[in-house]
Design a protein around this ligand. Structure first.
Ligand code: ATP
Ligand code: SF4
Ligand code: MG
Length: 329
């Protein structure tokens, strides 16, 4: 039986908006629309990859889902129920955690590995005795491939890859269902990125975890994601299965991102024309009217400035926000 037909949404994000008030003069502020009307679901045990250029709102989505920010508008549901009250948020935080981009700054260098991993166990009062705490820490270290002898050492003694393993063990301490992985391999050497990604996949298989996996690099998310959402300036412009996005990207922005991914076979590379975008990504404080991508889009016409394109299902499970999607593909 097809798993995707039986899996239930674990996380549902509905029209999420996250605006930050920015001072633009004395007593004057303007909303910075970091996330502007984003909707998606992630099924249990699956991975949604979230990609896009720096500043497009990826981390803000992750933090908003975990309610580290109060959403400006929209809802987040967990197992079919909207997270509303402080009690809902407290319960959800025991099921949901985050792994951060930079293992150098996200771990306190003056704490031992055991205390870093043990901290969430203490905060959520998850162990009834010192022995249980110690056993749980050693078990978590084992899950991420850390040696028990490392428990008494300090985070600063470890390499980037090892530190990220410590960060992942800490995130696993609450026994979560859902993990926001915010560019967890971007700061690591290319040679160890694959090891850490493989570990995320093994943990998912063993523990049934559901991931929102954020990355700049499309190659990183292709391998681990079931579906991929492409973001631009606070909006999702395209979302589909990982294979479909790579084989048949439909939005001009996704097409430019895919065309920048290196192709190992030189014959395929020749047929694979690189699409270089003009200009810079605009500031979310001054987003263009209509389609947010129109200032860089080679296909932009008048109507693109006039109305915001709907995020429509073009084929089953393949969503695109572009007025001209049928003409240009
Ligand atoms: N707490 C905040 N207050 C004000 N502005 C913020 C805040 N957090 C993020 N922003 C702004 O919101 C926008 C989206 O930021 P965000 O960190 O979510 O992007 P990102 O896609 O994760 O970028 P990167 O790839 O560089 O990590 C940026 O313009 C950023 O400056
Ligand atoms: S709506 Fe217009 S500007 Fe936006 S991506 Fe489509 S063609 Fe380009
Ligand atoms: Mg980020």
């Amino acid at each position: 039986m097809n798993n995707s037909l039986t899996a239930q949404p674990l996380i549902e994000v509905n029209n999420l908006k996250q605006y930050f008030d920015i001072n633009v003069g004395v007593f004057r502020s303007r909303p910075l629309k970091a996330v502007d009307g984003v909707s998606f679901t992630i099924n249990e045990g699956k991975t949604l990859g979230l990609v896009g250029e720096s500043g497009c709102g990826k981390t803000t989505i992750g933090r908003s889902i975990l309610h580290l920010y109060e959403p400006t508008e929209g809802t987040i549901s967990y197992k079919g129920a909207v997270i509303k009250s402080d009690k809902d948020i407290g319960n959800f935080r025991q099921q949901a955690t985050m792994v951060f981009q930079d293992p150098y700054s996200s771990l306190n260098p003056r704490m031992t590995v055991a205390d870093i991993i043990g901290e969430p166990l203490d905060v959520h009062k998850l162990c009834s005795s010192k022995t249980e705490r110690k056993e749980r820490i050693l078990d978590l270290m084992d899950k991420v491939g850390l040696n028990s002898e490392h428990a008494a050492r300090y985070a600063h003694e470890f390499s980037g890859g090892q530190r990220q393993r410590i960060g992942i063990a800490r995130a696993l301490a609450v026994d979560p269902d859902f993990m926001v992985c915010d560019e967890p391999v971007s700061a690591l050497d290319v040679s160890i990125q694959a090891q850490v990604i493989n570990m995320f996949e093994e943990l998912q298989d063993d523990l049934g975890l559901t991931y929102l996996f954020i990355a700049h690099d499309l190659l990183v998310v292709r391998h681990i994601s079931d579906r991929i959402a492409v973001m631009y300036l606070g909006k999702i412009v395209e979302m589909s299965s990982a294979n479909e996005i790579y084989e048949h990207p439909l939005h001009p922005y996704s097409r430019s991102l895919i065309s920048a991914v290196p192709v190992p076979d030189p014959r395929v590379a020749r047929a694979h024309e690189r699409i270089v975008l003009k200009g810079e990504i605009p500031s979310p404080l001054n987003a263009p009217s209509g389609c947010c991508f129109r200032t860089r889009c080679p296909y932009a016409i008048e109507c693109c400035a006039e109305s915001v394109p709907e995020f429509e299902e073009i084929h089953e499970g393949h969503f695109v926000a572009c007025h001209r999607v049928n003409e240009i593909n």
